[in-house]
Design a binder for this molecule. Structure first.
Ligand SMILES: Cc1cc2nc3c(=O)[nH]c(=O)nc-3n(C[C@H](O)[C@H](O)[C@H](O)COP(=O)(O)OP(=O)(O)OC[C@H]3O[C@@H](n4cnc5c(N)ncnc54)[C@H](O)[C@@H]3O)c2cc1C
Length: 304
C-alpha cells in the first residue's frame, strides 16, 4: 500500500515541468550521480570506456523528453549527433537510445522524423545503431508509425515494446525481423490499456520474449529481474538460440555485480547510460520503480 502511494507520488513528480526545469540548473542531486553518468558528453564517454574495458557494451541516452520548442528539439538532435561522433572518434562500443518527444514529436511528427533522419544518417556513416525508447501509451502508436517510416530507408533502427500493454503481443507479431528491446514498462498507465498486476506483466513479458526470440529476430531483454534472466537463459538453451541473437540490458548503476557475472558467463550485456542536465524525470521514475532505490535519494540528500 505504502509502496503504491510512493510509486504514484514519484511518477507524478517525474512529470512536473517546474521541477524538471529547476533541476536542469541544480546539476545532479539527491544521489542521481549513482544512476546518471554526469551532465556532459565527456563524462558519458569516460563511463563507456570504463565499462567497455570490463567487457560490457553500452547504449547512451542524452536525457530529455517532452520537449515543447523547436529550438530545444534541434539542440537535442545536434547533441545526439555529437554523441555519435564522439563514440566513433574514441572507438567506443556504444549505440544510442533516443526518445521521440525529445526530437519534437509533440510539436510536429514530420519535424521529429526529419530530426531522426539526421541522426540516423550519422549513425549509418559510423555503422552504428539507434534505438527509439518507448514512452507513455499516448505516444506508442505514433512512435511505431515513425519507426515504420524510418525502416523504409534505414535498417539501423529499432524500438522498445512494453509487456504491460495489452497490445504488446500483437506488436511483437507485426515487428518480426526488427531488433527490439523488450521491457516490462515504466509509465503509469490505465487498466484500459495496461495490465496492472505484477504477475500478469511478468507472464506477458516472458511470452513476448519467447515469441520474438523464436521468430529469429534480434532481442534485447532489458530487465534487472534475475528470475526472468534465468528463464531466458534456459529458454535460449532449450531452443538452441545462439548468443549472438540476443543480449541482456540493464540500467547504469543497477545490479552491477549481476551485469559483470553475465559477461563472465559469455552473454552480451549492454548498459543503458543516461547523461545530461535533464536528469530529474528519469531519476524520479527509477525511484518509483523500486522503493529500495529511495535510499539513494536520502543518502544523496544528506551527503551530496
Ligand atoms: C536497459 C533498459 C531500458 C529501458 N527502456 C525502457 C523504455 O524504453 N520504456 C519503458 O517504458 N521502460 C524502459 N525500461 C524500464 C522497464 O520498463 C522497467 O520499468 C524497469 O526495468 C523495472 O523492471 P525490471 O524488469 O527491471 O524488474 P522489476 O519488475 O522492477 O523487479 C523484479 C524483481 O527483480 C529484482 N530486482 C529488480 N531491480 C533490482 C535491483 N536494483 N537490485 C536487486 N534486485 C532487483 C527484485 O527481485 C524484483 O522483485 C528500461 C529498462 C532497462 C533495464
Amino acid at each position: 500500500m505504502l509502496a503504491d502511494v510512493s510509486k504514484n507520488v514519484f511518477l507524478h513528480v517525474s512529470r512536473n515541468q517546474l521541477l524538471n526545469k529547476a533541476a536542469k540548473k541544480w546539476g545532479l542531486r539527491f544521489g542521481a550521480s549513482q544512476v546518471v553518468a554526469g551532465t556532459s558528453i565527456e563524462s558519458a564517454m569516460r563511463k563507456v570506456r570504463e565499462l567497455n574495458e570490463k567487457g560490457l557494451v553500452c547504449t547512451l541516452d542524452h536525457l530529455g523528453e517532452f520537449v515543447s520548442s523547436r529550438t530545444e528539439a534541434i539542440e537535442a538532435t545536434e547533441y545526439n549527433i555529437q554523441t555519435l561522433e564522439a563514440i566513433a572518434e574514441k572507438g567506443l562500443n556504444s549505440n544510442l537510445s533516443v526518445k521521440m518527444t525529445q526530437l519534437g514529436l509533440d510539436i510536429d511528427k514530420d519535424f521529429c522524423l526529419d530530426n531522426m533522419r539526421q541522426i540516423l544518417e550519422v549513425a549509418n556513416k559510423h555503422n552504428n545503431f539507434v534505438r527509439i525508447d518507448m514512452e507513455d501509451h499516448a505516444h506508442c502508436q505514433i512512435t511505431l508509425d515513425i519507426l515504420s517510416e524510418l525502416r523504409k530507408t534505414y535498417d539501423n533502427v529499432g524500438t522498445v515494446i512494453q509487456a504491460y500493454l495489452h497490445r504488446a503481443e500483437q506488436d511483437i507479431n507485426d515487428l518480426q525481423g526488427i531488433s527490439l528491446r523488450l521491457v516490462k514498462g515504466a509509465y503509469q498507465e490505465s487498466p484500459e490499456v495496461a495490465y496492472q498486476e505484477k504477475a500478469k506483466i511478468d507472464d506477458n513479458y516472458m511470452q513476448i520474449i519467447k515469441d520474438h526470440m523464436l521468430s529469429g529476430s534480434y532481442t534485447a531483454i532489458a530487465t534487472h529481474d534475475h528470475h526472468i534472466i534465468d528463464k531466458v537463459k534456459a529458454f535460449a538453451k532449450e531452443n538452441h538460440i545462439s548468443r549472438d541473437q540476443f543480449e541482456f540490458q540493464m540500467l547504469y548503476g543497477f545490479r552491477t555485480e549481476l551485469q559483470q557475472r553475465l559477461v563472465q558467463e559469455g552473454y552480451k550485456m549492454r548498459v543503458y547510460i543516461p547523461f545530461g542536465v535533464d536528469w530529474f524525470g528519469y531519476f524520479m521514475r527509477r525511484l518509483a520503480e523500486r522503493p529500495q532505490n529511495i535510499a539513494f535519494a536520502f543518502k544523496g540528500f544528506f551527503f551530496k
